[in-house]
Ligand binder design. Structure first.
Ligand SMILES: C[S@@+](CC[C@H](N)C(=O)[O-])C[C@H]1O[C@@H](n2cnc3c(N)ncnc32)[C@H](O)[C@@H]1O
Length: 206
């Protein structure tokens, strides 16, 4: 996965993204925002916000910043925000691996269905930890490699198509947690057959 293939892939998806990936990923998005237990004045960052399908779930008293590398996905997000009349959202084209916000700026940061898309998930996580306050909440929602025979065979077969699909079908949960030294608060299976995982981590800073 590289920047230009991501932008091209999501240019292709943008117009129909909500129809294809709206319902199917909805439970996970709802769970993330519910688990955030937002407080008045919370500043929240949604990394790889796409078309903004989680935005309706945030309470109006939170300030939500959404970043994405795809101008086409953000154009749909802007339309969705306008149509829903949301006033507490701010969007920007930005690379998750180089986040242009100061250190310790957000109480809560989420990345939903993004970790398998960004070229370097570790860089993204370093940036997420940097902009999140100490002991703040980090929510990662993603598909991780399945250990059962059939799903893992399908993932292996899809792997060579990752640039076309726009995500990495194989992605180890164990390695992701270890590489990023995540302090897990809890994790739960979500969506269809529990094939996706929601991770809630505490942002421990040295
Ligand atoms: C599968 S979509 C998920 C969108 C949304 N979070 C959702 O719940 O449907 C992945 C998103 O990550 C974005 N993305 C991929 N690489 C990125 C990067 N390096 N920086 C910011 N956004 C990125 C894509 O443009 C796309 O909108």
């Amino acid at each position: 996965m590289d920047e230009s293939s991501i932008i091209n892939t999501y240019k292709r998806y943008a117009g129909n993204y909500d129809k294809i990936f709206g319902r199917i990923f909805e439970q996970g998005r709802k769970e993330v925002v519910e688990r955030m237990a937002c407080h008045n004045g919370d500043r929240i960052l949604e990394v790889g916000i796409g078309t903004g399908l989680a935005l309706n779930y945030y309470p109006f008293f939170t300030q939500v910043f959404g970043i994405d590398i795809s101008p086409h996905m953000l154009a749909v997000a802007r339309r969705n925000i306008r149509q829903a009349g949301l006033k507490n959202i701010c969007l920007a084209i930005m690379d998750a691996q180089r986040i242009c916000f100061p250190d310790n700026f957000f109480q809560k940061v989420s990345a939903m269905y993004v970790a398998t898309v960004v070229p370097d998930p570790r860089l993204m996580m370093d940036e997420i930890k940097r902009v999140c306050i100490p002991d703040g909440d980090i929510f990662i929602l993603n598909h991780f490699s399945n250990t059962h025979f059939l799903p893992s065979l399908i993932e292996a077969m899809l792997s060579p198509l990752q640039k076309f699909l726009g995500f990495r079908p194989r992605f180890s949960l164990h390695r992701f947690i270890e590489d990023n030294e995540l302090d897990i608060v809890d994790s739960m299976p979500v969506n269809l057959c529990g094939y996706w995982t929601l991770i809630h981590a505490r942002n421990h800073k040295p």
